[in-house]
Write a protein that binds this ligand. Structure first.
Ligand code: NDP
Length: 448
């Protein structure tokens, strides 16, 4: 489908030609360019001064070899990436993903999304993302440590607390951040806030672990309130059982909802009485086991292999919190047919464009990832502030900041959508509000 502006349509064609075989990156760019049509029509200088062309080209891509030795003495060589996409409003900021599916196109899509998300938080952070095709699953702690040390031995040359501050993402949790930070500290001989998501004993922020999932629910709560609804008494389905999913489940339950399903890449569990989150935390955060083990202690619950069908479970609110393109048009239609009235994205780009179209044309409340899951990076920025001040805030102080950021973000996206002729369309609103601050800064710098 063509974009309703000749210049942006041509730009999209150039993006596809210059970045072949990177469908996730094309998908992310197309959505943003479509949203920005009314903006460039009102402000043609964004095209004239080259801002749009620069926006879709990363400032820098670093790609490197990561050799490491497993416990049996076998040598492995993975690929490492860091995409430093846009530093117009602050140091590059965005997570590292360790998953076998990682290649340049995934890191570029995530880095591109991060530009707008970070801007939406209202905090001074640019957009970046990184990772590797390394799979931590089934690896011993020693092997993960060796991999992380090798990864950082190259990456440390390109990052720094005022340059680029990575964090976690899929496959990169507190264990990996610890090994990465330890190696950076050793190589640089300095103790700075170069990574976020750190452990609490060495510079981490209280509430960072909970932030993405909690922030998702604070954002969703705003959407629901504006529509005269709430989490109270609602049935919720969540995909994934990692960091984002677990804390979305915790906050949704605290706000009065009943979460009945969660998943991992193998399948999903359905517990009509409500998920026992303490059990999921034990399985996933402590024992690193599959979600199927839930039924060993909860015989009343069901386990189904394969994760797509999780969206066939009737629910009021759906929170996709696993990975990109996990919710397609068929799943979207199943959710709508079963009476779901709100979908908010915890994962990055979990809904396909066809699914988003189905949601929006049915009138369901739809909260896009860029806005809805921005609480994680916002709290990472709060971790950076605490590190710079050499000071710590209490859990309540950080959580209060997070809540306020998510409420402001919701209203900014909502206002931008209305102002540019798309009332209620938070996809357009988030893209526009996120872009404007970055675009204005790029204009101010001239051609750089
Ligand atoms: P985790 O690694 O902690 O958890 C990921 C979860 O998603 C796991 O349950 C995993 O299952 C499942 N999953 C991963 N890949 C697939 C797949 N291909 N198919 C089905 N399920 C899959 O990651 P996070 O919770 O940190 O991240 C989840 C999503 O949220 C990602 O899209 C991430 O980019 C996004 N996000 C994360 C933030 C954060 O602060 N952590 C911030 C903003 C966005 P399994 O264990 O079987 O692999």
């Amino acid at each position: 489908m063509s974009i309703q502006n000749a210049y942006l349509n041509g730009l999209m064609e150039r993006v596809i030609a210059r970045n072949p075989a990177e469908p996730e990156f094309h998908q992310a760019v197309r959505e943003v360019l479509e949203s920005l049509v009314p903006v460039v029509e009102a402000r043609p200088e964004f095209i004239r001064e080259g801002v749009m062309d620069c926006l879709v080209e990363p400032e820098r891509i670093i790609k490197f070899r990561v050799p490491w030795e497993d416990e049996k003495g076998n040598i492995h060589v993975n690929r490492g990436f860091r995409v430093q996409f846009n530093s117009a409003i602050g140091p590059y900021k965005g997570g590292l993903r360790f998953h076998p599916s990682v290649y340049e196109g995934i890191v570029k899509f995530l880095g591109f999304e991060q530009i707008f998300k970070n801007s939406l938080t209202g905090l001074p952070i640019g957009g970046g993302k990184g990772g590797s095709d390394f799979d931590p699953k089934g690896r011993t702690d020693l092997e993960v440590m060796r991999f992380c040390q090798s990864f950082m031995t190259e990456l440390f040359k390109y990052i720094g607390p005022d340059t680029d501050v990575p964090a976690g993402d899929i496959g990169v949790g507190s264990r990996e951040i610890g090994y990465l930070f330890g190696q950076y500290k050793r190589l640089r001989n300095e103790f700075t806030g170069v990574l976020t998501g750190k452990g609490l004993t060495y510079g981490g922020s209280l509430a960072r672990t909970e932030a993405t999932g909690y922030g998702l629910c604070y954002f969703t709560d705003c959407m629901l309130k504006d529509a005269g609804r709430s989490f109270e008494g609602a049935t919720v389905v969540i995909s994934g059982s990692g960091n984002v999913a677990i804390y979305a489940c915790e906050k949704a339950s605290q706000l009065g909802a009943r979460v009945v399903a969660m998943s991992d890449s193998g399948g999903y569990i359905y517990d009509k009485d409500g998920i026992d989150l303490a059990c999921v935390k034990q399985l996933k955060e402590v024992e690193r086991r599959r979600i199927s083990a839930y039924t060993e202690t909860h015989p009343g619950a069901e386990y189904h292999a394969g994760c797509r069908d999780v969206w066939n479970i009737p629910c009021d609110i759906a929170l996709p919190c696993a990975t990109q393109n996990e919710l397609d048009e068929k799943s979207a239609k199943a959710l709508i047919a079963n009476g779901c009235f709100c979908v908010a994205e915890g994962a990055n780009m979990p809904s396909t464009p066809e699914a988003i179209h189905a949601f929006q044309s049915s009138g369901l409340l739809f909260g896009p990832a860029k806005a809805a899951n921005a609480g994680g990076v916002a709290t990472s920025a709060l971790e950076m502030s605490q590190n710079s001040m050499r000071f710590y805030w209490t859990f309540e102080e950080v959580d209060d900041h997070l809540k306020k950021i998510m409420v402001d973000l919701y209203h900014n996206a909502s206002r931008a959508a209305a102002q540019y002729g798309h009332p209620g369309n938070l996809v357009a609103g988030a893209n526009i509000a996120g872009f404007l601050k970055v675009g204005e800064s790029m204009l101010a710098y001239g051609i750089v």
